[in-house]
Design a protein around this ligand. Structure first.
Ligand code: PEP
Length: 249
């Protein structure tokens, strides 16, 4: 079996009390299958509860949904990489489409956040993806490579970064990319990473956008996908336990 990552982004759901209950229900289904990793991205207030709840479980990590690029100081409401790490995060999402489109995060800011994550020893999971308008204009690859270049350009080839390709039109809409659509973009991302040599191989590229129990097997049959980043369908611990056991060729 090839290694696969199942990342659950809880967005602004699941407080610390609920997180403990969630993990009890999730682990009641048993240990994570060999060669699979499960990453939880809870809201900041729940990182510590998740880190405690996953302790001792193989291949399971906690991450932040976002960090701020400054290390410390008068930045009310923000969380630095070091603070997230202290709470138990080992990874952080960067440039999630909701950060870009709801909060106005720019390409330049995602680059600063990648730098801050690496400085705090958090593994960045950089999210990239085009809007429907950009896809219809035939600009998907131009947008995605622009986002990659802004966040990763100029780094050395030892940098460990996971990429999540998340077309904006597929997030939380119930409309997912076909395996072929996703594979085409993943192939282009992999090609860009190889050519630019700004991150370390192996290149791990997840697909995200309305992945659920019904479509996960079909998507994961596509070998360009190294895993999935899942929002809505990661919120129910029993369904998520089932999803991370999806058979994949
Ligand atoms: C996400 O939040 O990254 C996501 C892909 O959401 P959903 O699975 O709900 O589309």
């Amino acid at each position: 079996m090839r290694p696969l990552v199942f990342a659950g982004n809880w967005k602004m759901n699941v407080g610390p009390v609920e997180a403990r209950e969630y993990l009890r229900a999730f682990f009641a289904a048993g240990e994570i299958p060999h060669e699979r990793s499960v990453w939880f991205f809870p809201p900041t207030v729940s990182i510590e509860a998740v880190a405690q709840g996953i302790a001792g479980h193989r291949n399971v990590q906690a991450g932040a949904q976002d960090i701020y690029w400054e290390a410390k100081g008068a930045f009310t409401g923000a969380t630095s990489g070091a603070l997230a790490k202290q709470a138990g995060a080992r990874l952080t999402l960067i440039g999630h489409s909701e950060r870009r489109h709801v909060f106005g995060e720019t390409d330049e800011q995602t680059g600063k956040k990648v730098t801050a994550a690496l400085a705090a020893d958090l593994q960045p999971v950089l999210c990239v993806g085009e809007t429907l308008e950009q896809r219809e204009a035939g600009d998907t690859l131009a947008v995605v490579t622009r986002q990659l270049a802004a966040a990763l350009g100029g780094r050395d080839g030892k940098t460990r970064v996971t990429i999540a390709y998340e077309p904006v039109w597929a997030i939380g809409t119930g409309r997912n990319a076909t395996p072929k659509d996703a594979a085409e973009v993943h192939q282009a991302i992999r090609g860009w990473l190889k050519k630019q040599a700004v991150t370390a191989a192996p290149y791990v590229i997840l697909y995200g956008g309305s992945v659920n129990l019904k479509n996960a097997a079909e998507l994961l049959a596509e070998h360009e996908l190294d895993g999935v980043l899942v929002g809505g369908a990661s919120l129910d611990p029993r369904a998520w336990a089932q999803l991370v056991r999806t058979p994949a060729a």
